[in-house]
Design a protein around this ligand. Structure first.
Ligand code: CMP
Length: 139
């Protein structure tokens, strides 16, 4: 995958609160093009696979339960410097530490229910994108 793409997922807290539209508007207004998008729900098992890298962390079981608790909106986004610019747009993992105007500052409820995910590297963006989308689903 090209280095100008990243992967995101609007999480159950933000979808159930009706904030998906506002978040997607912020993403597009920040210059990201939506290349693939859908609404789906993860099983606890699939959520655990997605966050496999965190399986030794104390919050892993809660994270699996939370991430499978409702609908999510995974998407692939395109923009120059996509991974870094998107992490700036969403803000710190812990919303109490997120900068003003960031998506997490505006919409996250807690460090776990933090509204949105953004890939932390080009390599993980490619892995996470293929977890949800085939190439045919990308535009
Ligand atoms: P995300 O950026 O999707 O990557 C891992 C997720 O684990 C993170 O967002 C949060 O939803 C969750 N997470 C990270 N740290 C903690 C923590 N200390 N307590 C609870 N959940 C966490």
């Amino acid at each position: 995958m090209a280095t100008n793409r990243t992967f995101t997922m609007i999480k159950p807290d933000a979808v159930s609160a009706g904030n998906a539209g506002a978040i997607l508007k912020m993403i597009e207004e920040a210059g990201f093009r939506i290349v693939a998008i859908k609404m789906t729900q993860l099983s606890a098992e699939r959520a655990g696979q997605f966050y496999e890298v965190h399986k030794e962390r104390p919050f892993y079981e809660d994270l699996r339960t939370y991430m499978s608790s409702g609908a999510i909106i995974p998407a692939i986004l395109e923009k120059e410097n996509a991974v870094a610019d998107f992490r700036t747009l969403i803000g710190a993992t812990d919303p109490t530490k997120a900068a003003e105007g960031t998506i997490r500052k505006l919409f996250a409820k807690s460090i776990e229910a933090n509204a949105i995910h953004g890939s932390d590297s080009d390599e993980n963006a490619a892995i996470e994108s293929s977890f949800f989308f085939s190439q045919l689903e990308q535009y």
